[in-house]
Design a binder for this molecule. Structure first.
Ligand code: SF4
Length: 313
């Protein structure tokens, strides 16, 4: 069953330098229990897309389209209705726990908040829940650790505490934004294992926002590849790795260790100054005249495999 359906989503900001066109006509679907990976280079609009789902963007943002969660358009809800969704129905795991957590509140106080807010638990009962959930994410001696502050946790423990915070109210959907960024390889592997275990053992769906294809390969069922502001390829994880079709996906995969380590030509365009036509044309080895003037549509080239490129229309 479809849990989240994003339709024709546009997210633009107005700045002194001009309009930042961060998300342009994006369509995405997440089914119940599915983990969808949203991958692409830094600055391609992935995080903005995630934040727009929870309506956590600043006031100078223009958002158009539909974000249907369990059939309800989140863009039409009032702030009170959104507050009931945030944390309870849809939770976000941010990429940097040190800046996302409140430094002057203990871990116990921060994680108990959603239990008190959304489940109406008394402080004492909420703390018992916090201890149980910290145990679940393998924080040692949780009944003592709840009295510590974020800076007293190691990087890996902080990230696990963030995951615990996200899971607190058993949300139907988790938006995980670069959950392993900045962690060393061993801790990263532990966090990935933990997330895999937690999503496999529950019906929780996840949108995993990452530029790390290794992490995506471990956790995702399907992948949407984003290139400044738009989705350029969508496929299930095995198909995408075996049979990437979009020249950008091919270049992105080809730049990885073990797949050639071949850097791609050029740089990603600025979201303020996107090229006309296919956004990838200035870097694409297959670009033709029409790629410069016309935006390609998404076409289905195989079972659940979609590509936005004139080579396949
Ligand atoms: Fe390259 Fe043209 Fe395909 Fe864009 S549409 S990826 S420029 S071949």
């Amino acid at each position: 069953m479809t849990l989240l359906s994003i339709q024709n989503l546009k997210v633009h900001f107005h700045t002194e330098d001009g309009a930042v066109r961060a998300v342009n006509d994006v369509d995405l679907v997440i089914e119940e229990g599915e983990t969808l990976g949203l991958i692409g280079e830094t600055g391609c609009g992935k995080t903005v897309l995630g934040l727009s789902i929870l309506r956590l963007l600043s006031e100078n943002t223009k958002v158009e389209g539909k974000i249907l969660y369990k059939g309800k358009d989140l863009l039409k809800l009032n702030e009170g209705e959104m507050r009931k969704i945030r944390g309870k129905e849809i939770a976000m795991i941010f990429q940097n726990p040190l800046t996302s957590m409140n430094p002057v509140l203990t871990i116990g106080t921060q994680i108990s908040e959603p239990f008190e807010l959304h489940q109406g638990l008394k402080k004492k009962d909420a703390i018992q829940k916090v201890i149980a959930i910290l145990k679940l994410v393998r924080i040692p001696s949780p009944s003592e650790r709840i009295n510590e502050y974020p800076h007293e946790f190691s990087g890996g423990m902080r990230q696990r505490a963030m995951i615990a915070m996200g899971l607190a109210c058993e949300p139907s959907l988790i938006l995980a934004d670069e959950p392993t960024k900045g962690l060393d390889v061993t801790i990263q592997a532990q966090v990935v294992d933990l997330m895999k275990e937690l999503t496999t053992n529950s019906k929780t769906s996840m949108l995993l926002i990452t530029h790390d294809l290794g992490v995506a390969a471990e956790l995702c069922d399907n992948i949407a590849v984003m290139y400044p502001g738009e989705i350029v390829e969508y496929a299930d994880i095995k198909e995408l790795f075996k049979n990437p079709k979009h020249p950008y996906t091919q270049g992105f995969l080809g730049s990885l260790p073990g797949r050639g380590l071949k850097p791609m030509n050029g740089m990603s365009p600025s979201l303020i100054d996107l090229p006309e036509g296919c956004k990838f044309h200035p870097r694409c080895p297959f670009a033709r005249e029409r790629c410069k003037n016309k935006r390609p549509e998404m076409v289905e080239i195989g079972k659940k495999h979609f590509v936005r490129c004139f080579l396949y229309d």
